[in-house]
Design a protein around this ligand. Structure first.
Ligand code: NAP
Length: 325
């Protein structure tokens, strides 16, 4: 099969296309013929060996995919050859086939094609856990989403609006904010052009009920300072590259609840919450919810696709189409 390969750590231009042997399913595993794979920011960190978990060379990058089951190993009970599935994994998705444990995939809800299914699972599950599982969002809440035009950001804006929250989308430029307003955000802040803290306070009156932060860096403290008494802050990632250090008096003085979400471990520690998220989102997909996919590349152009994300130029989800459906 054809696969993207990282043979030396570095930037997107170091990723090459190679012919490698097809994978085979062992007990508890299945092989998926991938039709589309989606990019996530951690892919950029993984190929540069800057992610929390190091992946040994050589490897196939890519952490999210959709396709059809083409082989099942012994003891696989939930899926059969031909099933439409979407899945997430540490690496291996930028290839024509992948072999994963059966619990790494779920059935594609009716209403999602392969391109949109590929870009659904990571961002929408992260958004659901941030807003609902730990964020305890209620209808009418003011929810601020940082990095709102990115993959996690657009999913969080979309889901929060569908859950009845009043969404403030914060992104670097007015154009990126407009994308979020088109998705259902009620208000927008261009944080590289406007003062984030004072604009949140101005819009909400008493401060935000909940902030979801996949960006970190200098934006975190500004947003935290704009939370109301008793509000909540959910940290999801550090796309800006800097892990912020927060003066704890800001948390104490306003009784703010600070929580983290990490999708990889949430599945292990809170399988109940993941099942609940999957059920709730299937219902929303049936009512038209789908990720915003803005760019579709072929496998040969995987470096260009990774470059868009690495250079902060991506909006919504970037997808690699492996086969034409
Ligand atoms: N906790 C979890 O389980 C989980 C799951 C998935 C992803 N994540 C994390 O969530 C973050 C977002 O992931 P994603 O896939 O949504 O990425 P993405 O699509 O690239 O979005 C990241 C956003 O961050 C903003 N940003 C600000 N400074 C940036 C910089 N220096 N470089 C790049 N982006 C910058 C960008 O928006 P503006 O230009 O508009 O500011 C961009 O849209 C990443 O840190 C990722 O590791 C965490």
């Amino acid at each position: 099969m054809r696969a993207a390969r990282v043979e030396a750590y570095g930037g997107p231009d170091r990723v090459v296309i190679r012919e490698i042997p097809d994978p085979e399913a062992r007990a508890g595993q299945l092989v998926v013929d991938i039709e589309a794979a989606a990019l996530n920011f951690p892919d950029v960190l993984t190929i540069a060996d800057k992610y929390q978990i190091s992946t040994a060379l050589p490897f196939t990058p890519g952490s999210e995919f959709a396709g059809r089951v083409s082989a099942v190993g012994e003891n696989v009970t939930a899926f059969r050859v031909g099933d439409r599935v979407m899945g997430s994994t540490g690496a291996g998705a930028f290839a024509e086939k992948i072999c994963v444990p059966e619990d790494a995939v779920s059935a594609i809800p009716d209403g999602l094609d392969m391109i949109h299914a590929a870009g659904f699972r990571v961002t929408y599950l992260t958004a659901y856990h941030s807003l609902v599982t730990v964020g305890d969002v209620a209808s009418g809440d003011w929810v601020v989403v940082l990095g709102a035009a990115g993959g996690v950001g657009t999913a969080t804006v979309d889901l929060a609006a569908r859950l009845g929250a009043r969404v403030i989308a914060a992104a670097s430029t007015a154009e990126r904010v407009q994308t979020c307003l088109d998705l259902g955000a009620h208000e927008g802040i261009a944080y590289d052009e406007e003062d984030l803290k004072s604009r949140i306070k101005e819009i909400t009156g008493g401060g935000a009920d909940l902030v979801v932060d996949p960006v970190g860096g200098r934006y975190t403290e500004q947003a935290l300072r704009a939370i109301r008494w008793g509000g909540a802050f959910v940290t999801v990632g550090f796309a800006a590259g800097e892990i912020p250090r927060i003066p704890l008096n800001l948390v104490l003085l306003k009784n703010v609840l600070v929580r983290g979400v990490e999708l990889r471990t949430m599945g292990t520690h809170r399988p109940d919450a993941t099942r609940q998220a999957t059920r709730a989102m299937s219902d929303l997909v049936a009512r038209g919810m789908a990720p915003l996919v803005t760019d579709v590349f072929t496998l040969d152009d995987v470096s260009k696709a990774l470059g868009l994300v690495a250079e902060r130029k991506a909006t919504g989800k970037v997808v690699i189409e492996m086969r034409v459906t």
